[in-house]
Design a binder for this molecule. Structure first.
Ligand SMILES: Cc1cc2nc3c(=O)[nH]c(=O)nc-3n(C[C@H](O)[C@H](O)[C@H](O)COP(=O)(O)OP(=O)(O)OC[C@H]3O[C@@H](n4cnc5c(N)ncnc54)[C@H](O)[C@@H]3O)c2cc1C
Length: 458
């Protein structure tokens, strides 16, 4: 076995090998179900380090993984017996409040970005947990509360700096390396190591936001109302639906602990009075919720509201789908499966894919499925490793029951690594052939294959 460490000549960041005391902490991923033992973790501090690490991986022939925030479900930010190019130490967000852009280093989390932009009353669309890496989230799409109005994270990407498989550093935007830029917007980490991103920002500061939860006995009515309300709702309202369980801990009222709920998680970009008005057609006439915790708060507060409930190291097994319509029969299938939830943390979420996301042509970026109405995720989650089997079985059974009502593809960021090529091809649809061509141009030997892999042409 080649000892990689002496070969990383000139590397300025930290090299971590299995012999180091820091190894176990450094190899940990967000999903506690994944336990990979890389041969070397290269914690880069700058682009020069990334170039050194890419050259090392290519020249030694070991498998190479790229790690941003380490949140990926199947743990594609690490690799057994290979090299991890770990970008988590590459931090820094430079906001240009006049141009309304932010340059974001690849190791930033969503929370880093929200924190930096909020000081200027600005934000860019990203996901719902602040500890998620901005890099992995963006490269496969990135949806969140602001997406109905401002699109996916990739729709706000202006340019990216990339280290390619041959060690070259390039810029990608609409004018320079446009094919690469197209592929980066949805094609994941297939084309190179992105070292920084430039995002467009929007005016977002104080929001009227929070969860509203009902007894799951009312879920059929709420899901029907949500389905009908969403196409008419103002795009200032981000709102996802969840089938979940009340956790047996504060801040939840003790009498609700362990009870199954239907949840609407809302984020209105504006004041309380307008937010209440926007929600009236949805909430009017519905049964009284068990709790409605909506209130005014800074945008970063809603972005981190779930952080404490889903700490790192918990077991996760995911399945996703894009959903176009939600007929009553599909709702019934959801409710039958949700009723068997194996743990308090396990969930099903439906995130809206509409508004600004639909206004971009499906060929304009690699992210193809722009005619879906929701991105669905079913996640079996539990802190106890002994529950890994039950949560996996529940997720698969739930998915089998509802998949017939859904589209063939799924959001790659909600896939595990056991779904096969056909699923990826269905996800990228008409864009798959072009993705293969871009991969062939930029990574012909498939150096970057620890991901939802687009293979280069033979
Ligand atoms: C609790 C939780 C909540 C989530 N909520 C949302 C949500 O609301 N919206 C949403 O869209 N997604 C959401 N996700 C999914 C999330 O987008 C993915 O898990 C994503 O892969 C995480 O990115 P990361 O950088 O943290 O992951 P990592 O595990 O570090 O990386 C994942 C993959 O991304 C690629 N990659 C990472 N960094 C780079 C880089 N700099 N250059 C090239 N390739 C790179 C690599 O292929 C890598 O294998 C959520 C995930 C979790 C665990």
């Amino acid at each position: 076995m080649t000892d990689l460490a002496p070969l990383a000549k000139g590397f300025r960041g930290q090299i971590v090998t299995p012999l180091d005391a820091a190894y176990d902490a450094a190899r940990k991923l967000y999903n506690g179900m994944i336990d990979k033992h890389p041969r070397l973790i290269a914690k880069c501090v700058d682009v020069a380090d990334v170039i050194t690490a890419v050259n090392l991986g290519r020249d030694t022939g070991v498998a190479v993984a790229i790690r941003g925030g380490g949140h990926n479900g199947p743990g594609l930010g690490s690799v057994e017996d290979g090299l991890v190019i770990d970008l988590s130490a590459m931090k820094g967000v430079r906001v240009d409040p006049v141009a309304r852009t932010a340059q974001v280093a690849a190791g930033c989390t969503q929370g880093d970005v929200d924190h930096a932009t909020h000081a200027f009353g600005l934000a860019t669309p990203a996901g719902i947990i602040s500890t998620t890496g901005i890099a992995g989230l963006t490269l496969s799409g990135g949806h969140g509360y602001l997406s109905r109005k401002y699109g996916l994270a990739i729709d706000n990407l202006i340019e990216a700096d990339v280290v390619l498989a041959d060690g070259r550093f390039v810029r990608a935007n609409k004018e320079t390396n446009p094919d690469l830029f197209w592929g980066l917007r949805g094609g994941g980490g297939n084309f190179g190591v992105v070292t920084s991103f430039v995002f467009r920002l929007h005016p977002v500061s104080q929001v009227y936001a929070g969860p509203i939860a009902w007894d799951q006995r009312h879920a059929r009515t709420i899901m029907q109302r949500y389905r009908e309300f969403l196409p008419e709702a103002t795009e200032d309202l981000g709102i996802f639906l969840g089938l979940k369980t009340v956790l047996s801990s504060a801040p939840f009222p003790e009498e609700l602990w362990g009870k199954q709920i239907c949840l609407l998680m809302c984020c209105y970009n504006g004041g309380e009075d307008e937010g209440k008005k926007a929600l009236e057609p949805l909430l009017g006439g519905l049964p009284d919720p068990w709790f409605n915790w909506m209130g005014m708060m800074p945008y970063p507060a809603v972005q981190s509201m779930f952080d404490g409930l889903y700490p790192p190291g918990t077991q996760w097994y995911w399945r996703g789908d894009f959903v176009k319509t939600l007929p009553d029969e599909a709702i019934d299938a959801h409710l039958a499966q949700a009723a068997n939830s194996p743990s308090e943390l396990s969930l099903m979420h439906l995130y809206p894919i509409d508004g600004a996301v639909h206004r971009i042509d499906s060929g304009e970026t690699a992210w193809n499925c722009r005619d879906a109405s929701w991105s669905m995720v079913i996640a079996g989650i539990d802190p106890n490793p002994q529950k890994a089997g039950p949560i996996t079985r529940w997720t698969k059974a739930y998915w089998e029951a509802v998949h017939p009502y859904n589209l063939a593809g799924a959001y790659p960021n909600f896939m595990m690594d056991d779904e096969g090529d056909a699923r990826l091809k269905a996800t990228f649809g008409d864009n798959y052939a072009r993705l293969t061509a871009v991969k062939t141009s930029y990574d012909p030997t498939n150096l970057f294959r620890v991901n939802q892999n687009i293979r280069p042409a033979a």
